[in-house]
Design a protein around this ligand. Structure first.
Ligand code: HEC
Length: 157
């Protein structure tokens, strides 16, 4: 029994050691030099859901381009455009990461131009605004990556 306990304990130790070591190694050896967007794990999940929704809106946009469906372009544009919910989301997610909220709000502003261009039934302007919007997406993606912090750490930031 004693021997069993000793073996289990040392295995446990090894396991903990391996995990700590793995975490240290991956932060030391990561080739990803983007700035951390600090979030709790719940916020991180929420942020990614929001991102996937953005991509769905982009899919709907391109679908609407095929038959120049301006009503549908306007609707998809609204999913990406400025709204009180999006502003709240960007403010909340970027609370502890300087520069993040501004980049998010800029993307929504570019998307507002898709809506305006759709109302004018101006396809060229729709495409220009969509391109600028996507540029804002990719600018942020090359600047930030998620970093999960505990609730405790988050509250102290
Ligand atoms: C203000 C910054 C910002 C903007 C603007 C932004 N993103 Fe993101 N996006 C992120 C971050 C940060 C991640 C997480 C990256 C990581 O940790 O690897 C992400 C992840 C994603 C993911 C992956 C989601 C998953 O489930 O893993 C998709 C898809 C995505 N973004 C789409 C978009 C699209 C489309 C747009 C523009 C319409 C956009 N994003 C605009 C910051 C941004």
């Amino acid at each position: 029994m004693k021997r069993f306990l000793l073996v289990s304990l040392s295995l446990l130790n090894l396991n903990v050691f391996a995990q700590v070591n793995h975490a240290a190694m991956s932060s030391m050896t990561s080739a990803d030099s983007r700035k951390p967007l600090k979030l709790t794990s719940m916020m991180a999940e929420h942020q990614k859901q929001n991102m996937r929704d953005h991509l769905e809106a982009v899919r709907d946009l391109t679908e609407a381009f095929i038959d120049k469906n301006y009503k549908k372009i306007e609707e998809a544009g609204k999913r990406l455009g400025t709204s009180p919910e999006m502003q709240m989301m960007c403010n909340h997610m970027g609370k502890n990461t300087p520069g993040f909220t501004e980049m998010g709000l800029k993307m929504h502003k570019e998307a507002d131009k898709i809506i305006l261009a759709a109302r004018k039934k101006d396809m060229k302007a729709v495409l220009v605004a969509t391109n600028k919007t996507l540029q804002s997406c990719t600018n942020c993606h090359s600047s930030f990556k998620q970093e999960i912090v505990s609730e405790d750490v988050w509250n102290k930031l």
